[in-house]
Ligand binder design. Structure first.
Ligand code: ZN
Length: 274
């Protein structure tokens, strides 16, 4: 039994170490999706989304101050995590990070390239606690920083737009390119199409997101409560939009349980104030 525990610890350690190796600054880079084109279209899409939705950004609104506080702490934790990886740190320090609470009953949140985040008001009754919200903001920020969306967009350009680079596709076929872009980054298309991240992407975003969550001062164990609650809605009529892009794959709860002791031991900084 002891031996099994030891082997498991070694396995977990290796998988956590692998996270930082995979998060090299070259991840998600391709001539088809250069950073400048991705950031430009992301900024435009975010602006356009905000202009067509109710944005709650009053400092008097307690939900907004909650969202702002958690988002800021996750961003600070991400910068701290990459403090000795100059290329990534300078990239994420150059982002004009924004976090908005959107008055929308859907259960959803996303983070677009350049740190453009949205939390829908319908999410808060589901997250229920500040730490659960931190789990999700850590997760979506991790997807963005690992550049999972870039990899998906690159695939769409190759498969659906004759392999033309993003800027070129945008000028030749603007509406379709924008729809694919929104789908690739988990924002949801105007036609209401949500494309799930792969199991591998979900695992990576869980791992890195929980590190951010712990470093921001929130207990990563809250992830078990949150995803457990979410899983109950999976494949039901009440399935939240969030689960359409971030499905609760069968093994997620088992895997989270397995890595949790190590996550807490290595990354949880209770009481930290970013
Ligand atoms: Zn996800």
């Amino acid at each position: 039994m002891k031996e099994m525990g030891f082997l498991f610890c070694i396995f977990s350690l290796l998988s956590l170490q692998a996270i930082s190796q995979r998060n090299s600054s070259d991840r998600g880079k391709s001539p088809l999706v250069p950073d400048n084109a991705v950031l430009s279209i992301s900024g435009d899409q975010y602006k356009s989304f905000l202009s067509t939705h109710v944005v709650i950004d009053s400092s008097q609104d307690k939900d907004y101050t909650l969202v702002k506080r958690v988002g800021s702490r996750i961003i600070a934790a991400a910068k701290s995590y990459y403090h000795n990886k100059k290329a990534i740190l300078s990239e994420l320090s150059s982002y004009a990070w924004e976090i908005k609470l959107i008055g929308k009953k859907e259960v959803n949140t996303w983070c677009m390239p350049g740190g453009k985040m949205a939390v829908y008001s319908g999410l808060l009754p589901v997250t229920q606690s500040e730490a659960s919200l931190a789990v999700l903001l850590g997760h979506t920020t991790a997807h963005m920083l690992i550049k999972h969306g870039n990899e998906r967009m690159k695939q769409y350009l190759q498969d659906k737009l004759n392999g033309k680079p993003l800027a070129e596709s945008l000028s030749a076929n603007p509406d379709y390119t924008k729809e694919l872009f929104r789908a690739a980054y988990g924002m949801g298309t105007n036609a209401g199409i949500w494309i799930p991240f792969s199991k591998e992407d979900e695992e990576e975003a869980d791992n890195l997101g929980l590190i951010f969550c712990g470093m921001a001062g929130y207990n990563p164990r809250e992830a078990l409560v949150l995803w457990g609650r979410m899983a109950r809605f999976s494949h039901t009529a009440q399935e939240p939009e969030l689960l359409a892009t971030h499905p609760v794959y069968g093994e997620r709860m088992t895997r989270l349980t397995e890595i949790m002791d190590e996550m807490v031991r290595d990354y949880f900084k209770p009481g930290i104030k970013n």
